[in-house]
Design a protein around this ligand. Sequence first.
Ligand code: HEM
Ligand SMILES: *[C@@H]1O[C@H](CO)[C@@H](O)[C@H](O)[C@H]1NC(C)=O
Length: 569
Amino acid sequence: MADLTQLALAGAAIAGLLFLLIRRLYPKPLPGIPYNEASAHRLMGDIPDWFPLIKQTHEFSDSMLNITTRKLGTPIAQLLFPNIRKPLVVVDDAREIEDILVRRGKEFDKAPTALGLFGPMFPRATLSQYTTPALKAQKRLWADVMSPDFLKRVAAPNIHKATCELLDLWRLKAEGPGTALLNVIDDFRNAALDAIWVAVVGEEPGTMRYEIQKLRHQLSGSDRPFDQKPPVGEFLKEQVHYIGEAVARSSNSVSPELAQRVETWTPRYRRFRSVVSGEMRRAMRSAVERFQHLETERLEDDAAVDTCAMDLVLRRQILQARKAGVAPSDPTKDEAMLDEMFVMLVGGHDSTGNTLSWFVRFMEMYPSVQSTLRAILRSKFPGPDLPSAQAILDADIPYLDGVCEEGMRLSGTAKANLRQAIVDTRILGCPVPKGTEIFFNFHTDRETPHVDEAVRSESSRAAAEKKWNSVGAEHAWRDLGTFEPRRWIERDKSGKEVFNAYALPSLAFGGGYRGCFGRKLAMLEFKIVVVLLIMSFEFLPLPDEYRPMSSVETVFRQPDFPYANIKVL
Ligand code: HEM
Ligand SMILES: *[C@@H]1O[C@H](CO)[C@@H](O)[C@H](O)[C@H]1NC(C)=O
């Protein structure tokens, strides 16, 4: 009898302990921030609502917004997890997000979760670092690579060239003056890879040209096998593609950081590193060779010598060493430099390829925008040749600028990003403790709940009063789901149409000190490609089965149907 009692008591004690333990694992909402009541009363928090929706829609970020801010009808909310992970604060208000990114940098930094995705593979890249003095020095070294002058002189002509090759390829695919239904995403990615590699490393990978030769051979009906030796771009493409896939795979796992760490131990990752860094080191050696023979005076003359971003940075380092009277360090052993270049390749070509794929879908959906833009471009650039990069960048065409902004805004390629609060602070009136991770929606594609001016931050209110950027123009906020370039256009005092870059907060590239490093390059590239595409092809309606605008989101959002039905003009 006594034994049974003891057993029962022990059982009850264990059950009690288990009960307490499980209670501890229940989500613990942060005080003062809206959340789903029901989720707070179940072990898995919001996950049972969230994961099935991701499975259904393949959209990670949109699903999160759907079950938090949108469901609750609030501009700020929290996503609840079992108590092994702190709640994630979700913010969906474009104006306040821009204010936080641009003006409240002292209160927020990169979030650990965001760094975890790239950190294991590229530990020394800026993308993987908190905002420290070392990071700031590294950013300074690279900053001028994105100066308008450098981009125009070095990047723009190469982008133009890669794009003209893309046009040739598509003309071939349409067999001369015909029409063709194309899957565009790989072509856009290849063209973007050609452009970014030559802009960063200074050598032409030749991917596009190789595609053209391959297709020509195929069309010629020759029985000889295609025996052209693949250019370096073919290997690079494969390597960069692998990284994109690996990061995408890891980003969907329970611990992206761990998944990425494991990936770095694989032979496949090591092959990537050795192939790509081998190419980079070779290019570095020849640049250093060139610079070491130059007089200091010549080395200081920016315009004279740089053919790519890498040149500029190497030259700076050689100059710094000379001035300090020390021997320059061996740049081929500089892991920070290699990591930075890797990230520019990987981050710079998928994002651009996806955004361009969305763009051609928008052109198909909005034929009147397409024809308006084409008419304006034809009157500005009567031809017969297509305009040069210089001509495109120098022209003042408000409607074109509006089209580019709309393309960036609506495609939501990089839908969201994270920050962490590095001090106790408030967002939209809600207390946000130090260490909290915050998810910001960068995709301004629909109306969000009204926010009382009184709960906005001081800097946000001051910006509104001074009519700085980010408050936007009233007409610009209408029908946010539609592609309307005119929302970015205003009339100046003389009645002339002018482009207003501040008509809406632009969040496609995040913002502030940790905003997208490649923003100016990406905008410049987008503009050149848009002009050349619209002047060369008409984008006809797609068959119904290709028309859904659904997408799959990994690191970037990619359309499920990246198709174009082109007619050669
Ligand atoms: C359409 C093209 C692109 C889009 C939509 C895009 C978007 C973004 C976004 C949203 C961020 C995060 C910013 C934030 O959290 O505030 C980012 C960061 C970054 N992007 Fe881009 N990007 C594009 C093209 C490029 C290109 C061409 C490059 C390279 C030259 C590049 C290099 C980077 C780097 C290095 C960072 C990290 C910056 C840091 O941590 O300080 N991006 N990008
Ligand atoms: C959430 O997503 C589902 C499925 O896509 C949709 O039917 C529903 O309207 C969305 N709810 C909100 C509040 O956005």
